[in-house]
Design a protein. Sequence first.
Length: 52
Amino acid sequence: MTELPEGTGDERVDAVLAGLDRLPGSPVSDHVAVFDDAFAGLEETLTAMDEQ
């Protein structure tokens, strides 16, 4: 797996991406939920940015 960058420069995005740290060691059957959470968090962050 490719290493993620140290940060994106946006704390909100970094917090969402930190949730991907749950992937290693978790059963593959749990991965969809982790990615769904990350997608929802990124979508929420983008919406908040648009509203500013």
